[in-house]
Design a protein around this ligand. Structure first.
Ligand SMILES: *Cc1c(COP(=O)(O)O)cnc(C)c1O
Length: 418
């Protein structure tokens, strides 16, 4: 269903859109408090209704009764690959190309260092100024680790193509920008990287589960992404990594640990890498957290990927239209691309008092977040966000701005987590 918004938008229209929404039923699979409007699923996704019972069963039965036998009987040992195989369907990869392991930051290090190791003649990791800080820090860590053999080159987004040359080992980018919601053309950039002999490493933290992702069609080489945002895996959920089959024999996990060994339970003194994606394991998997993540992934797999993308477009389009019509006069400016193909499931509004605005909204039951210097971020995860939520959020924003609540003295102090 392609959502085309009419000239006049009102709440009744939003209710009609919700009734026609093919994903509407999936909202019920989450534990939702209707008293708040949650637009921060791009930071921490919602709690699925079944997660608590699933985790309780794992702890009570599999751990409590099964004890060490559950590594095999309950499939714990295999769970990073099994769930990786499910996530593969979300990101357009093959089952044996994805693994659930570690955090996004650690996975960036593992994949990035492996590329640098495999491309000894090349001296550059290419990225953009606005990339997510952890991605930049990790890139610099890799450069330090290789003691200057590679350097990190940061350029403006529009200079990425021209900065690709035969010195670039790896193009490291986040698919959907965490600040503005702007989406890269993954295919064009992966193609361009390949044409100069570089590998592409994509951070999918703000795209997997938010918009359709097809790593194979895009020709991406490597990827990683976050489990606790649009995948709804819970706080600190493990991340996933993708290594294209084309590269699995060539690249080596730089943090070789026992569970990436070809035969972990013969406890050999020398490392022999396991074949395929399992070699990217290092230590024991976080079994409880993987069980929680799996509940989120199972819901996502029930959603048609196209419907998900269409709804992300519809929700973000609706919010931008409401921002234009009702919020511009308070000094808000839309920072997210208008062209649907160039944005994720997020809309960012710039405002000089952005921090106070977000705090006042949270105190009024509309949860978004703030990113320096002046960005109010609103995430619209298509799995559980309704069109009326978008309408009601805009309405409450108008009320907050009219009351001047965002200028309260208490909002002058920054909270620890924003
Ligand atoms: C959230 C996020 C991360 C977080 O990584 P963790 O190490 O899993 O906390 C990394 N990169 C991007 C782009 C993110 O949005």
């Amino acid at each position: 269903m392609t959502v085309t918004l009419p000239d006049v938008i009102d709440r009744t229209l939003c209710e009609d859109l919700d009734r026609a929404d093919p994903l509407a039923g999936l909202r019920e699979r989450f534990d939702i408090d209707d008293g708040i409007i949650y637009l921060d699923g791009n930071s921490l996704g919602r709690l699925p209704a079944d997660t608590a019972a699933r985790v309780a069963r794992l702890i009570g039965t599999e751990w409590g009764r099964g004890l060490v036998r559950s590594w095999t009987d309950a499939g714990w040992m295999h769970s990073p690959r099994r769930l990786g195989g499910k996530i593969a369907r979300v990101v357009g990869a093959a089952e044996d190309e994805v693994l659930v392991t570690d955090s996004t930051s650690i996975d960036l290090f593992k994949l990035g260092a492996a590329v640098v190791q495999a491309r000894p003649q090349r001296s550059v990791i290419l990225t953009e100024h606005g990339n997510f800080p952890s991605d930049l820090y990790i890139a610099e860590s890799i450069a330090r680790f290789f003691e200057g053999r590679v350097r990190v080159e940061r350029v403006a987004r529009h200079q990425l193509m021209s900065a690709l040359d035969d010195q670039v080992a790896m193009l490291l980018l986040t698919h959907v920008d965490f600040r503005t919601g702007e989406m890269h053309d993954m295919r064009a950039l992966s193609d361009a990287a390949r044409s100069v002999g570089a590998l592409s490493l994509w951070d999918l933290s703000h795209s997997a589960g938010a918009v359709p992702v097809d790593l194979h069609t895009a020709g991406a080489d490597l990827a990683t992404g976050c489990g606790y945002k649009y995948l709804n895996g819970g706080p600190g959920a493990p991340a996933f990594l993708f290594v294209s089959r084309r590269l699995q024999a060539e690249l080596r996990n730089p943090i070789a640990g026992w569970l990436g060994h070809a035969s972990p339970f013969t406890f050999e003194p020398e490392y022999r890498a396991a074949p395929g994606i399992r070699s990217w394991m290092t230590g024991s998997p976080p079994v409880i957290a993987i069980a929680a993540l799996e509940v989120g992934i199972d819901i996502l797999l029930e959603a048609d990927a196209r419907a998900l993308g269409e709804k992300a477009r519809g929700l973000t389009e609706l919010f931008m239209r409401l921002a234009d019509a009702r919020l511009q006069r308070f000094g808000f400016e839309v920072a997210t691309p208008r062209e649907a193909a160039r944005r994720g499931a997020q809309v960012s509004l710039r405002h000089a008092d952005g921090y106070g605005v977000v705090r006042a909204l949270i105190d009024d039951g509309v949860i978004g977040d703030f990113r320096d210097p002046d960005v109010c971020r609103f995430g619209f995860p298509p799995l559980y966000t309704r069109y009326v939520d978008v309408w009601d959020a805009a309405e409450r924003m108008v009320t907050v701005m009219e009351s001047g609540a965002h200028r309260r003295a208490e909002y002058a102090q920054r909270a620890e987590i924003t």
